[in-house]
Design a protein around this ligand. Sequence first.
Ligand SMILES: [Zn+2]
Ligand SMILES: [Zn+2]
Length: 474
Amino acid sequence: MFDLLLTNGLVVTPSGAHPLDIGISRGKIVSLRATGLGSPDEALRVVDLRGQLVVPGGVDPHVHTNSVLPTAAESGIKCFGPDRVSEGAIYGGTTTLVDFAHWQPGDELADSFKRKSAEWEGNTYTDYALHGTFKEPEIPFEVLEQIPDAVAAGHGSYKVWMTNTTPTRPKQKTDLGNMWGLMEQTAAAGAMLAVHAEDDDIVMYAYKKLQHQGKTGLEYMHHAHNNLSEKLSFQRAITLAEHVGAPIYLMHVSAREGVDAIREARGKGQPVYGEILPHYAYFTAEDYRQENGAIYHTYPSLKSADDRDSMWESLLDGSLSTLATDGVCTDLEVKTRGRTILDATGGHAGVEMRMAVAYTEGVAKRNLDLTRFVDITSANAAKILGLYPHKGAIAIGSDADLAVLDTTVDRRITSADLHEADYTPWEGYRVAAWPSMTVLRGQVIVEDRQLQAGPEGTLLEQHVSSDVRNRPAC
Ligand SMILES: [Zn+2]
Ligand SMILES: [Zn+2]
């Protein structure tokens, strides 16, 4: 007897899209068979998903919660916590979020994971994992040496910054030497290293020059966070990774130069993975000129139409691997307080729209294959961060995390449809798919746009496979 049987949906498995019935017991997928072969009596509950698309619950590998917003540092304003962000995610068909556990000087590495996990536990509608995160110029050897134990305990990914991002923020850059040491440890321990790559020298000089010229409006953001910075920093990070033999995950690729650097490294067999943000694949730096242009901004920055187009080329040809949000959820008033290159808040509310935008822009507009849609919205992030195949696959034995999408819709989305903030950069955006049900480990959490169950998400262990660590596997 199944706990739940989902019948008649078009189900996207690793081998393609097929009409299948999905049998679920104790939170796992235990049966996949051709539609119509079973009897409804076999399950406590049967849901007919005729005409609906069923894909693995989304995995968003890059969200921030409860972070003090650097530009609002004096007031101590933080972005929203796991409760709000995970609510948006689960409504949007995403069932796993990956946040950041900041190591602070004086911490044992394990303390940073415990501290961040305490913020999530009991407050999340999705499952979650945590990138160990270093925002310090130097990482002491004693801390680096704790990485193997942390990896063995299931903390399989880390993040580091190559820039302080703006001249006005608290310092967060780790220099290349310390990054080298960090890479040696993560590679040896079998972990993935995520990198915020920007060339600090170029970015800080560009800020100085723009300030000198009086060009500090938001519309100059891409002159500070520019293509040269992306080219130099990606090449340096990739060269260092090649020297060490380390797998790396380059977050928020924003320029054609970044795409090219990743494509070239992967062509040589290097395990380098790239992440795209939906708005980098849709908006351009011209949108900074709109009223409330800040709502489109995430660091590094939006760039030209050619850069935007390179995002989709690379998602279609497989050079880049994931679609993340870099979600930093606040209300509009907070998001638009900063209106210059010096004080704009990065990140925005986008978690709930990610799956629908990926389907609309990818599948509906560009003929993206359905398995590739799954790759970029869940499977690849799960593989790169060591969550696969528990997450990111509709397969026997996988967690029953499912997003059901109604692909017959044609509607415009407004912020009133959404849950993570009081605004959306996608206001008025016309979707070709909209989530109708989200299932987490066999439990229906959202149905007919209503929450059905409480926040019972749990911390996931990450164990990155040797395949992913040794070659560009996805
Ligand atoms: Zn970043
Ligand atoms: Zn981020």
